[in-house]
Design a protein around this ligand. Structure first.
Ligand SMILES: Cc1cc2nc3c(=O)[nH]c(=O)nc-3n(C[C@H](O)[C@H](O)[C@H](O)COP(=O)(O)OP(=O)(O)OC[C@H]3O[C@@H](n4cnc5c(N)ncnc54)[C@H](O)[C@@H]3O)c2cc1C
Ligand code: SF4
Length: 455
């Protein structure tokens, strides 16, 4: 079954059903590198303003005219595994990225491109005001990502003269609501009900929706935590608006469009995504991307106690028991990190990095290739598909500095990198760059630290 897009994000480069057919036509038949060059110039020139929604359909008559074996083989045509073909029927699934390979390479007339209308650009932006932050809490403890988002919301709100709102839901949270007033929010909207004591997706999404309908914030920021990642898409789908996951940067335009920036196309480009025709604009951001504001002694703003009909608080899910997971220290909590990359030639050579880490009281972290090689545990991976870290000091050893790696560490306090290649990308993100062989530099560093410590 084809799933129609629930949201319409206007973007220069984002793949999916909202890509401009002209853009797709340019991409067809091109090798990746020239295509990327064109995409990059599309972004800077902002050539394509008029956006249309398109989708692929299957012509059943053509499909029925194929042999059973031919129909089954169609699945292999799609690089994204979106063609559902079992010999009997042929369909396009939700994984379709609109790459048009099936239209180009499939049996003639079987796969067709349809334009389903222009994207909406008609949201009355004057009706939507303020930047809201969903404040995540568990048993009354506010997740630090919420404070980081409040800090960013204040900065963005300052650009357009918006107020900052906090949305807090749970049970017996009046103290926490008052506490949030120390971080510079203008209003804390509090939904305080026993039914909201545990995170249950249905009542939480109902409350979120109620808040959006009543307050009409222009932008909504949610932490990219397990809870936020389940709640935000559900709310965005209900509101039929856009949501950008895992933003690494946020900017505000004068017209109140939120520029949601994140790596795309496997990290080859930074996509600037705007939800130009819809409100609210929704984005999730990971923990440790932004800085939390300092707690002020004086409170500002006010707490607004909100009501919601009782039936909105019911859930088909019943929490039978809650088992606490043992809190494990992760690399995200570390103050000092020694990160290793492919410059380390063999697994046994990790010993020198471990020795350095031990001397500095640091945690060891790694790039993805080392995790894939099984040299260290997966929860020690820094980056887009790993963890985000913001230590006071990070020393990178033999790491090239791919976009995906930097996305997880470039906000660190002090970055020192050692690489044989003077042109390594990591040096652009580093405060101190040492061009050299880690096999020379690290033992020397260890020796100097030991000497300094009098060991
Ligand atoms: C969708 C997607 C998600 C990804 N997510 C992540 C992620 O979360 N985290 C991640 O790390 N990667 C991720 N990657 C992989 C990423 O693109 C890079 O391949 C990876 O980060 C490269 O790791 P590296 O720097 O260790 O290796 P390389 O890029 O091979 O760099 C090795 C570096 O070591 C230097 N070097 C070699 N020998 C020495 C020496 N003796 N002394 C000093 N320097 C030396 C070289 O000059 C080079 O710069 C992802 C990729 C994709 C497509
Ligand atoms: S080949 Fe491309 S356009 Fe066709 S179904 Fe797969 S992703 Fe969609």
């Amino acid at each position: 079954m084809r799933v129609e897009p629930a949201m319409t994000i206007q973007t220069s480069v984002i793949p999916g059903s909202t890509r401009d057919p002209m853009e797709i036509a340019l991409l067809r038949g091109l090798r990746v590198e020239p295509a990327m060059t064109i995409l990059k110039s599309l972004i800077s020139l902002r050539l394509f303003r008029a956006r249309r929604m398109v989708h692929i359909s299957v012509d059943n008559e053509v499909a029925n005219g194929l042999l059973r074996g031919e129909r089954s083989a169609l699945g292999g045509l799609c690089p994204f595994g979106a063609i559902e073909a079992d010999g009997e029927r042929v369909g396009i699934g939700a994984a379709c990225k609109m790459c048009l390979v099936c239209v180009r390479d499939g049996p003639e007339g079987l796969f067709r491109v349809h334009e389903t209308g222009h994207l909406r650009t008609d949201a009355d932006k004057t009706q939507w005001h303020g930047i809201a932050v969903y404040v995540e809490q568990m048993e009354g403890r506010i997740h630090p990502v919420s404070l980081e988002l409040i800090g960013k919301a204040k900065e963005l709100a300052g650009e357009v003269g918006f107020p900052v709102y906090a949305l807090l839901m749970g049970d017996s949270l009046s103290e926490q609501a008052e506490e949030l007033l120390h971080y510079g929010v203008d209003k804390v909207y509090l939904y305080d009900y026993p039914e909201l004591g545990s995170f249950l997706i249905e009542p939480y999404a109902n409350v979120f929706e109620d808040f959006i309908h009543n307050v009409k914030p222009s932008s909504v920021l949610v932490g990219a935590t397990v809870t936020g990642r389940s709640l935000a898409p559900r709310v965005a789908a209900r509101l039929r608006t856009g949501l950008t996951a895992d933003c690494t940067k946020l900017e505000m335009k004068e017209n109140t469009d939120l520029v949601q920036i994140r790596p795309a196309f496997g990290g080859n480009i930074m996509a600037e995504i705007v939800t130009a025709g819809h409100r609210p604009q929704m984005a999730t951001v990971r923990y440790k991307i932004f800085d939390a504001p300092a707690r002020q002694t004086q409170k500002t703003g006010q707490v607004v106690n909100c009501g919601i009909p009782q039936e909105k608080l019911t859930s088909r899910i019943k929490v039978v028991a809650t088992t606490k997971k043992e809190k494990k220290k992760t690399i995200s909590d570390a103050d000092v990190i020694v990160a290793v990359g492919r410059g380390v030639k063999s697994e046994k050579d990790l010993a020198m990095a471990r020795e350095l880490a031990e001397l500095l009281g640091a945690e060891i972290a790694a790039t993805r290739p080392l995790i894939e090689a099984g040299w260290t545990q997966a929860d020690r991976q820094i980056g887009l598909s790993g963890r985000t870290v913001k230590p006071k000091l990070i020393i990178t050893l033999g790491i090239s500095g791919s976009v995906q790696f930097r996305a997880g560490m470039e906000n660190s306090g002090l970055i020192i990198s050692i690489n044989t290649n003077a042109g390594a990308e990591i040096f652009n993100a580093s405060h101190y760059a040492a061009t050299g062989d880690i096999y020379d530099v690290v033992p020397e560093l260890i020796r100097k630290i030991r000497e300094g410590a009098g060991a």
